[in-house]
Design a protein around this ligand. Structure first.
Ligand SMILES: Cc1cc2nc3c(=O)[nH]c(=O)nc-3n(C[C@H](O)[C@H](O)[C@H](O)COP(=O)(O)OP(=O)(O)OC[C@H]3O[C@@H](n4cnc5c(N)ncnc54)[C@H](O)[C@@H]3O)c2cc1C
Ligand code: FES
Length: 358
């Protein structure tokens, strides 16, 4: 009843406050007073490594917490333009009072570099509800192996912290790949867990040292192949491909769960289906020869700047109308040629001539 009444008041207030939602007015008073939007104020900024920034955030009341491994949409306004990206909270699950994010700056990356250079206490970011299927099962496995590389440390560290906070004593092995020892955020915390908790085993491998260590079956065999072990991994494509091949060979692929921060958008070259046609960007008066990449990448190569968020088909920020022509969904391989359809241009590659409303 109280909920229905609140919704009624909300609808009336919004109707009177048109043309903008109530939150647009409230943010003029204080961006942390919101009716519907979930926002978070940065309360602390740490630079644990040269390329990353760790943010502590205090969310508004709408934040419901996350499960270990999930991600959230973060939006940041730069020069009046809102940009959306996804980050995986690093804290243990269930903390509704604080969100911790560690953002690794990519060379040429817009939002990650902006946050690395400009994030300050007091800055307010937009956030979304936690989502994602990459998470620990509620029936915790007997043995857990966590594998991460580079920025992929965040969701699996959330898993480790959650397991530690639960006081479980089942064995957990945390295997992390970084360029050098200086590139590991949370190094002191991980070393301390390894030293002080008998059931936690932390292993580091460095890929850009005099003696580089890339993935090798020996790094996991003694733990991942134990009966009942489940492996959770997140990292760069090269690491994840190597671990997947290993898991296939050892017959443990059904116990391997993974999260990617990017998808491979390399065009599939099929001699029976040569790349042909022209892409016409109907809103921009631009046309270019189809080179087989996704419509988002081809639009960017043509100097256009369509909006995007995840670049991997999860957020719909890049949705545009395909006026005509056929596209292939690079995740599913499905072809679609119905005119005037909304498509996600980050995961759609043209097959022949395509007109897209960009
Ligand atoms: C589920 C999920 C969870 C994630 N969790 C984390 C996390 O916890 N920590 C973390 O650090 N990251 C995380 N990420 C990655 C993060 O969301 C961003 O993708 C990353 O920070 C890069 O964003 P950016 O704005 O800096 O780079 P962008 O500016 O978006 O650039 C990324 C790439 O897009 C291409 N590109 C962009 N613009 C152009 C253009 N105009 N022309 C040509 N190419 C272009 C380039 O290939 C570039 O390398 C996660 C991603 C996902 C999907
Ligand atoms: S950018 Fe997220 S679905 Fe395309």
């Amino acid at each position: 009843m109280a909920h229905k009444l609140a919704r009624l008041v909300e609808t009336i207030v919004e109707a009177t406050a048109t043309p903008y939602p109530v939150d647009r007015y409230l943010e003029l008073i204080d961006p942390m007073i919101t009716w519907r939007d979930t926002r978070a104020k940065i309360t602390d900024v740490r630079h644990q490594t040269d390329r990353s920034v760790t943010l502590a955030l205090r969310p508004t009341r709408q934040w419901k917490g996350h499960e270990a491994g999930q991600y959230i949409e973060v939006s940041v306004v730069v020069d009046g333009v809102r940009h959306r990206r996804f980050f995986s909270p690093v804290g243990a699950a269930g903390n509704t009072g604080e969100i911790e994010l560690t953002v690794t700056a990519h060379s040429g990356g817009f939002v990650s570099r902006y946050l690395r250079e400009n994030a300050r206490p007091g800055m307010v970011l937009g956030i979304g509800a936690a989502s994602g299927e990459f998470r620990l099962p509620s029936d915790r496995p007997e043995r857990i192996v966590l594998v991460s590389g580079g920025s992929g440390i965040t969701p699996v560290l959330s898993m480790l912290r959650t397991l530690v906070a639960e006081g479980r004593h089942a064995p957990v092995t945390f295997v992390h790949y970084a360029r050098t020892p200086d590139d590991v955020p949370y190094r002191a915390e991980l070393d301390a867990l390894d030293r002080t908790l008998e059931h936690v085993d932390v292993r580091f491998h460095f890929t850009r040292t005099d003696n580089p260590e890339h993935f090798d079956a020996a790094h996991l065999a003694d733990v991942a192949e134990v009966d009942g072990a489940q492996v959770y991994m997140c990292g760069p494509a090269s690491l994840m491909t190597a671990v997947r091949e290993y898991a296939d060979q050892r017959g443990i692929a059904d116990r391997l769960f993974s999260e990617a921060f990017t998808v491979d958008t390399t065009p599939v070259l099929d001699p029976n289906q040569p790349i042909t046609g022209e892409v016409t960007y109907t809103e921009s008066d631009v046309a270019t020869a189809n080179d087989g990449r996704t419509l988002l990448e081809q639009a960017e190569a043509a100097g256009l700047t369509p909006e995007y968020g995840c670049r991997m088909g999860i957020c719909f920020s890049c949705t545009k109308v395909r006026k005509s022509g056929c596209t292939r969904n690079i995740l599913t391989g499905e072809l679609d040629s119905e005119p005037d359809q909304h498509i996600q241009i980050c995961v759609s590659a043209p097959v022949g001539d395509v007109e897209i409303e960009v």
